[in-house]
Design a protein around this ligand. Structure first.
Ligand code: GCO
Length: 481
């Protein structure tokens, strides 16, 4: 099994994000981001660590590009830290931050690797949070569009793949319903927060994100795409759901959660409307898409980026319908479980205990293909996390057969959907290196390379790195064409 099982124009890569990889958190006049501030608060991150240094890519990007070259990847997905470009969110630009991304992009291109850039992967300049409440305030739309345009202007001569947001369906919930990501807002009795309103804020924030996305795409299309010739899209977290039982209520529950999770942002962008079931269940709390906004949003993508990790059992929870607590999680009238009759389909909590459910990628891709008339898709993340195991001998740490199996099986299902007609054009493994896994800090590892935290962050290839390399090198015939 090698990349020959995929079309010859299909690209393979690895994915990362600024806060999880770069470090250099106050270097070269970078401003503080929400995650810089949040991760320093006591008790927020499982292992008490933060991303001040992370994988130190800010200093080691050349070494990491070499690793990618050896591996044989075609594309590298990374995000730009807004607070490096505009330390205060808007206003004065920081040439040193611009220089870093110019260096990274040039280093990639000089080795034939295409940059695939995310503008926003959870980290926002803290100033915008403090000044006006970031995503809760429509003021953010102008600031985001201004930042996006600066990026097109400075990097768009060389960057041909852009995505506006990474997983807005995750940061809205974690930041404003569960309260366990910054800005730690929620009112749910099940949450972890101090102030906020879980029944309205996730939807308000989601709406502002959609408006910001539409503006950023509009600017790209009107002013840059014509001469720069790149593609633009958005990245969504996708999951697959199986009904827990054969009861029709559970099948409906699975449909509802598919809409709430996978389609919340994609329906407005592809079809111009929030999913009908969300409109019905959220009612007046769901912001209205005006004619003017619909005009801008509808079709505001060249491709869709899907992150896929796992699957769950869905079970009807209609008894919440009269519950006085109507936060996001209750609005879908669905509960999720990981296990049925002792069989585990997925993790109820994301890392450290990830479960790989490879067949779900075929289901998710088919769902997108059918719901949206087979759009152009990139699998922008897929991978497997395990618990930190550095106490074991190095050779054991590097022996991640489970990760290699996860990639291989996932790619087999992906190649099947493509043979069946799905318009998927690329796959990115999350992730090249072990890195800062948000709430889990360094206690959850996703890398094909182990990073030795005790030995100057030296990189060591795991078995999965060798697997991916030989999978990719199997394509020599196509490269010679
Ligand atoms: C995302 C994800 C990544 C995670 C990865 C493993 O938002 O794209 O959170 O940043 O590290 O999905 O959990």
């Amino acid at each position: 099994f090698s990349r020959k099982a995929f079309p010859s124009n299909f690209v393979f890569g690895v994915a990362s994000s600024a806060y999880q990889y770069e470090g250099g958190y106050i270097e070269d006049r970078k401003g503080l981001s929400n995650w810089d501030v949040f991760s320093h608060l006591p008790g927020k991150i499982a292992d008490g660590k933060n991303g001040d240094i992370a994988a130190d890519e800010y200093h080691r990007y050349k070494e990491d590009v070499e690793i990618m070259v050896e591996m044989g990847v075609d594309v590298y997905r990374f995000s730009i830290a807004w607070s490096r470009i505009f330390p205060q969110g808007s206003g004065e630009m920081n040439p040193l931050g611009v220089q870093y991304y110019n260096n990274l992009i040039d280093a990639l291109l000089s080795k034939g690797i295409q940059p695939f850039v995310t503008l926003y992967h959870y980290d926002i300049p803290q100033t915008l949070e403090v000044q006006y409440g970031s995503w809760l305030n429509p003021q953010i739309i102008k600031d985001f569009a201004n930042y996006a345009e600066a990026c097109y202007r400075m990097f768009g001569d060389r960057v041909k793949y852009w995505t506006t947001f990474n997983e807005p369906n995750v940061f809205t919930l974690k930041g404003y319903s569960e309260g366990n990501y910054p800005p730690s807002r929620c009112s749910s009795p099940f949450g972890n927060c101090t102030a906020g309103n879980s029944s309205t804020e996730p939807y308000t924030v989601g709406h502002n994100v959609l408006r910001a996305h539409a503006s950023a795409v509009d600017i790209y299309r009107r002013k840059y795409q014509g001469h720069q010739g790149g593609l633009i899209g958005i990245v969504i977290s996708t999951e697959w759901y199986e009904p827990l039982t054969n009861a029709p209520e559970d099948a409906d529950a699975a449909d509802r959660i598919l809409a709430f999770h996978n389609a919340w942002f994609l329906d407005p962008i592809v079809l111009g409307e929030y999913p009908p079931i969300m409109q019905k269940l959220v009612g007046k709390r769901m912001p209205k898409i005006t004619e003017e906004l619909r005009h801008k949003l509808h079709g505001s993508f060249d491709f869709l980026g899907l992150n896929y990790y796992s699957a769950f059992y869905a079970r009807d929870a209609s008894y919440f319908v009269n519950s006085p607590i109507r936060d996001f999680h209750r609005d879908s009238l669905t509960t999720l479980t990981a296990e049925k009759d002792g069989t585990l389909i997925g993790p109820l909590m994301y890392p450290p205990h990830m479960t790989s459910v490879p067949y779900g990628i075929e289901k998710v891709v088919d769902y997108i293909k059918n719901r949206y008339s087979n759009p152009l898709v990139f699998i922008t993340e897929s991978g497997f996390g395990n618990e930190r195991n550095d106490n074991l001998p190095l050779l054991q740490v590097l022996n991640d057969t489970f990760r290699a199996d996860c990639i291989e099986n996932t790619l087999k299902y992906l190649s099947k959907t493509i043979r069946n007609g799905a318009n998927v054009r690329g796959y990115f493994f999350w992730s090249l290196l072990d890195n800062f896994e948000w709430l889990f800090g360094y206690s959850s590892k996703f890398g094909m390379y182990h990073i030795d935290l005790k030995d100057e962050l030296q990189r060591y290839p795991k078995l999965s790195a060798y697997w991916y390399r030989s999978f990719l090198k199997g394509n020599t015939a196509v490269h010679e064409e």
